[in-house]
Design a protein around this ligand. Structure first.
Ligand SMILES: NC(=O)c1ccc[n+]([C@@H]2O[C@H](COP(=O)([O-])OP(=O)(O)OC[C@H]3O[C@@H](n4cnc5c(N)ncnc54)[C@H](O)[C@@H]3O)[C@@H](O)[C@H]2O)c1
Length: 396
């Protein structure tokens, strides 16, 4: 296994993620093979990358020549990929970005194994399946690793590199270094549900919906509070409408199930009903907000007391979740903070934010919530308790 600047990169799946990943790899100077099982997918991918290149030229971030060279480095497979994946034969690293279905992914990995060289690395971009479950289908499974990009891949710098328990010790560091060379910000995440970002971000949505359900504040007020007091770029409801409530609900369910139904990740009926109603968000023109022509945007109630209540409760849950991810060795404190700032644009790392507010205050907010509601959902992380007891702070 030798991953370097000369490595030939394969990307399987030319949907939203595969297209972005192929663009990133080609921009880093690699020859890229991009294929898809569906007819027309690679044509759309080529058009999308060409448009992205035009934008880079217009914004004077690339010369026309450089943009053309990037596009020419991608070998689009115009014919839908069949059972033989011969086009990937000489790839040193193949990144899978196909439909999120375990059986289909396992079959693809077996087909890839039959064509690539012995020392080629096989990576999955899965968001919600375990790397172990995909790797277990392979014969030479040590070469499998998770390389999880964020959408849009050319824009968001974070990449979660996910080793799995049967993987070679050499593969994750090689993938990590490769991502650094691609100008990405890699972090190491354990093979646990939601990895880092999709786990730690859950309360941003879940606790906000809970506040809405309890009638503490309206959708517009909660969004306003998180932006105004927290400096988040988008409020939780705007963000869910943007991501798609169907997509967000599916991630929440998969994390909840993945953690054997830990109440901290419990999905909400409100979100479920929205999905059942087809109110997927912006793409459906209805979600938490109404995006149809003539709809009147609701005004937030700018009551400072309510705003503070909302902000403190959501932030305490987020920081507690981040601390617990460190406690459960999902990632290092530095990687946890990098992940949330570089993967989902949080204004600050949650652990640094906890330090700033005072871990003792976060603990007291959590204890108050747990006492008020009597729910396991609000249990403070044992690490938070320990750090407060020992007078410790993160990064010291
Ligand atoms: N969309 C996101 O925000 C996001 C972010 C990170 C990771 N992911 C993960 O990336 C993967 C792809 O997601 P996406 O959003 O790009 O999906 P998508 O639906 O946009 O694209 C998937 C593509 O895979 C193709 N495909 C399906 N089966 C195939 C097969 N056997 N061989 C070759 N191609 C096949 C489909 O034709 C389709 O073009 C999933 O595992 C998803 O969980 C998605």
């Amino acid at each position: 296994m030798a991953l370097n600047t000369e490595s030939r990169i394969g990307v399987v799946g030319a949907g939203a993620m595969g297209t972005g990943i192929a663009q990133v790899a080609a921009a880093a100077g690699h020859t890229v093979v991009l294929g898809d099982a569906g007819g027309g997918a690679t044509m759309r991918a080529q058009a999308n990358i060409a448009r992205a290149m035009d934008r880079e030229v217009q914004k004077e971030r690339l010369t026309r020549d450089a943009a053309d060279r990037i596009l020419s480095r991608i070998q689009f497979q115009w014919e839908p990929l069949g059972d033989s994946l011969g086009a990937y034969k000489s790839c040193d690293l193949v990144i899978e970005a196909i439909v999120e279905d375990l059986t289909i992914k396992q079959t693809l990995f077996q087909q890839l194994e039959a064509v690539v060289a012995k020392d080629a690395v096989l990576a999955t971009n899965t968001s919600s399946l375990s790397v172990a479950s995909i790797a277990s289908a392979c014969t030479a499974s040590e070469r499998v690793v998770g390389i999880h990009f964020f959408n849009p891949a050319p824009v968001l710098p974070l990449v979660e590199v996910v080793p799995w328990l049967g993987g070679s010790a050499a593969v994750p560091p090689a993938a990590y270094e490769m991502m650094q060379r691609w100008g990405k910000v890699p972090v190491l995440a354990s093979d646990t549900p939601g990895f880092i970002v999709n786990r730690i971000a859950r309360p941003y949505y879940g606790e906000s919906i809970r506040l809405l359900e309890e009638g503490v504040a309206s959708v517009a007020t909660i969004d306003w509070a998180m932006k105004e007091l927290g400096g988040f770029r988008m409020g939780p409801f705007e963000l869910m409408d943007f991501i798609g409530n169907d997509v967000n609900y599916a991630v929440t369910r998969s994390v909840f199930e993945g953690f054997f139904y830990d109440p901290r990740y419990k999905p909400s009926l409100t979100q479920r009903r929205l999905v059942e109603a087809g109110f997927f968000g912006k793409k459906a023109r209805r979600g938490y907000y109404d995006y149809r022509d003539g709809a009147i945007a609701p005004e937030p109630d700018k009551d400072p007391e309510v705003a503070l209540l909302v902000f403190e409760r959501v932030l305490a849950m987020l920081i507690n979740e981040a601390v617990d991810a460190v406690h459960m060795r999902v990632a290092s404190p530095a990687d946890v903070d990098l992940a949330m700032t570089k993967g989902v644009n949080y204004p600050k790392g949650l652990l640094a934010w906890g330090n700033e507010i005072g871990l003792d205050r976060i603990l007291s907010w959590m204890e108050r919530l747990q006492a008020d509601f009597g729910e396991d959902r609000y249990r403070p992380s044992p690490l938070l308790r320990r750090m407060v007891r020992d007078g410790r702070r993160f990064f010291e």
